[in-house]
Design a protein around this ligand. Structure first.
Ligand SMILES: Cc1cc2nc3c(=O)[nH]c(=O)nc-3n(C[C@H](O)[C@H](O)[C@H](O)COP(=O)(O)O)c2cc1C
Length: 156
């Protein structure tokens, strides 16, 4: 199954999980770059506001055509209980290009269910697997969760 991992990460956590998924699976990887400044306190506040308002943003051109893949695994940090605007923009720009999808997110401790529903509603496709990694998981370990996520994908 030709697979692409595509993710947005502001501070590196979602990137770390994306890299690990890619290490364990034979797939291509693409980082979504948000051109809006998300740094500092002001950047944080605007980020939360943009996410909560389901705003789109300006992202850099992507390199991999998602329609060429059997499966696209999408990753985002949770912002204000929803996906980050960069992933929302990516999905919006590539609507109807996805065959199968799987989702993962990283977060401080809340918002997984709502975020997965948000991504599912945006893509219009039920994911074959979902993975949520909290700040606590990062400390205590998430190897089993990651294995389960990949196992679900490999059942297809
Ligand atoms: C603007 C903003 C809003 C956030 N909102 C939430 C939230 O609603 N729930 C939560 O558990 N974590 C929230 N977080 C924490 C991030 O989801 C978490 O730190 C994530 O792992 C960061 O991923 P990254 O390093 O890939 O950017 C928020 C972080 C930011 C910057």
């Amino acid at each position: 199954m030709k697979t692409l991992v595509v993710y947005y990460s502001r501070s590196g956590t979602t990137k770390k999980i994306a890299d690990e998924i890619c290490d364990k699976m034979n797939c291509d990887i693409e980082e979504i770059i948000d051109n809006k400044n998300r740094k500092g306190l002001f950047g944080w506040l605007i980020a939360a506001f943009d996410a909560r308002s389901k705003k789109l943003t300006v992202i850099e051109n992507i390199k991999n055509d998602p329609s060429k893949y059997d499966l696209v695994i999408m990753g985002t940090p949770i912002w204000a209980g929803l996906m980050a605007p960069a992933l929302r923009t990516y999905i919006n720009q590539n609507k109807n290009q996805f065959k199968k999808v799987a989702f993962f997110c990283t977060h401080g401790g809340s918002g997984e269910l709502k975020t997965f529903k948000d991504i599912e509603d945006s893509t219009g496709i039920k994911p074959i697997s979902k993975l949520g990694i909290s700040a606590k998981d990062l400390q205590t370990g998430y190897e089993d969760k990651l294995k389960e996520f990949i196992l679900e994908i490999n059942k297809i």
